[in-house]
Design a binder for this molecule. Structure first.
Ligand code: UD1
Ligand code: M6R
Length: 371
């Protein structure tokens, strides 16, 4: 049931304040004598010690689920101190890459039925790793075959383009980082800021959804373009990949997410006055590096669309030709949840304006159950 919406993708983008609330329900609690808030993930509580002691954590997934894990990697590394590596499921299988008994392998999948992810799970089970699932679908194959896990509880996702599952996956993995990180003194400030940030996140998402009309106007400007680049780094490298995947998948426009630190190693050659480029430059530890990327793109007459924190338009815009997307600022590790939303809206409006099928993009299936 699409309710007041024309498409499932549109409905699922707009229901994110509610889906995120459901994802967190009952999992952020007041505990201990000092009444500090803590995270309780029922499915993991008996396995946290093993995860903390593992030699590394390996995230495994495909498409948007892989991107969600990439968005959560920095906070997991920061809070747990355990090395975190990333594997696209098909590539792990192609290489028969090393997975060890001392590893924790985390399988991220909205449907819980993706063939590559499921085969990678079988492979990791054979190799003796602790296998953890993060899925949206209770009793799915991945939920059943993993040793333990967390349901993201985002509600059924119908649109082939994953939107609300992406933001709920990031929130679950941020909670996973908090649970693994535990109550160490060195983590205290970051932990409290992240928990407070999570509690307020649905409000910030509601706020960023007000950009709907602005993103429709931007889509009108981009309707006839051949290509769109998206530059991000740090916490928002994943936002660049995921924003580009949305545009490519539903609007059928070539789009590429680029790690901004790699700009001079090739992509800069593409820059001219015609190619539109989104640069994600919200406030975090990488901000000044992104300011310099913007300067360099501007010096080469790049057609810039800069996503920045509210109030930063003047600080990020090198000239009048630059467009800005101002978003509310949140804790750095949660910023990817806010930043993806304008790009989801942009992909949605581009698709409608270009006259393509929003919920059933050409050639794609919601769940890829064959290799
Ligand atoms: C569980 C109940 C929830 C109830 C809550 C009350 C289910 C599905 N969830 O939620 O309805 O409100 O207790 O305390 O009955 N699992 C995997 N692999 C996965 C995902 C999950 O093995 O990929 C396992 C978990 O380890 C756990 C079980 O499935 O044993 C349920 O996981 P989850 O729904 O996340 O647990 P709770 O949040 O505790
Ligand atoms: O169900 P899964 O999360 O395992 O699906 C993985 C990908 O097939 C999926 O995310 C795909 O990339 C989406 N169509 C992206 O919107």
């Amino acid at each position: 049931n699409k309710g007041k919406y024309e498409h499932y993708m549109q409905k699922e983008i707009h229901e994110q304040p509610e889906s995120l609330t459901t994802t967190m329900r009952g999992r952020l609690i007041r505990g201990g004598s000092h009444k500090a808030k803590t995270v309780l993930l029922g499915g993991l509580k008996d396995h946290l010690k093993t995860i903390r002691r593992s030699r590394r954590i390996v995230f495994i997934g495909c498409g948007t689920s892989y991107n969600a894990a990439l968005a959560a990697r920095p906070i997991l590394e920061e809070l747990s101190g355990v090395p975190v590596t990333m594997e696209v499921a098909s590539d792990l299988l192609d290489r028969q890459g090393p997975i060890y008994r001392e590893d924790t392998a985390v399988f991220v999948s909205q449907s819980g039925e993706t063939a590559d992810t499921l085969l990678a799970l079988e492979y990791a089970l054979e190799n003796g790793a602790l296998c953890v699932g993060i899925t949206n679908t209770v009793s799915s194959a991945i939920a059943r075959h993993t040793h333990c896990g967390v349901h993201i509880n985002a509600g059924a996702e119908i649109g082939v383009a994953s939107t609300k599952a992406y933001t709920s996956q990031i929130v679950v993995m941020a909670m996973l980082a908090l649970a693994i990180g535990g109550d160490t003194i060195s983590n205290e400030a970051k932990r409290e800021a992240t928990i407070d940030g999570l509690i307020d996140l649905p409000n910030k998402v509601r706020e960023v959804l007000h950009l709907d009309q602005e993103m429709k106007d931007l889509a009108k400007l981009l309707i006839a373009e051949q290509s769109l680049l998206v530059f991000g780094r740090g916490y928002n490298y994943a936002t660049a990949l995921e924003g580009a995947l949305k545009v490519k998948e539903v609007a059928l426009m070539h789009s590429e997410g680029i790690l901004a630190g790699e700009m001079k190693h090739g992509p800069l050659a593409l820059v001219d006055e015609n190619l539109p480029i989104v640069v994600i430059a919200t406030r975090d530890a990488c901000f000044s590096k992104q300011q310099s990327v913007i300067q360099q793109l501007h010096a080469r007459k790049g057609r810039l669309i800069v996503m920045c924190s509210k109030g930063d338009a003047a600080a990020v815009c090198p000239g009048e030709s630059c467009r800005v997307i101002e978003v509310p600022q949140v804790e750095d590790c949660l910023q990817p949840v806010v930043n993806i939303i304008p790009l989801q809206l942009l992909a949605y409006h581009l698709t409608v304006l270009r006259g393509f099928n929003v919920d059933q993009p050409r050639n794609l299936a919601k769940s890829v159950t064959t290799q």
